[in-house]
Write a protein that binds this ligand. Structure first.
Ligand code: FES
Length: 79
């Protein structure tokens, strides 16, 4: 799905750029050109960025929980 029609930038491209280290809207603008023409995509791009942050936070929480469970011998013995 396109977020920025002027520069043909997709949701997937934005999320990949964020995963590769781009920081926020400005980072996405600099790397992908999002918002550099008409600017109508700004709000949608920010939503995609927020969504990505939530996804990464959830993933980090799940990873931490799994690590905690694996580190507990009582839980492993009960399984
Ligand atoms: S739609 Fe992104 S700059 Fe126009």
């Amino acid at each position: 799905m396109y977020v920025c029609n002027c520069n043909a930038v997709t949701v997937k491209q934005i999320k990949r750029a964020l995963s590769e280290g781009c920081n926020g809207y400005e980072g996405i603008c600099n790397k992908l050109g999002v918002g550099s023409c008409c600017g109508k995509c700004r709000e949608h791009a920010c939503e995609v960025i927020d969504e990505h942050i939530v996804e990464m936070s959830s993933l980090k929480t799940l990873t931490t929980q799994n690590t905690s469970l694996a580190a507990s011998p009582n839980i492993l013995a009960a399984v």
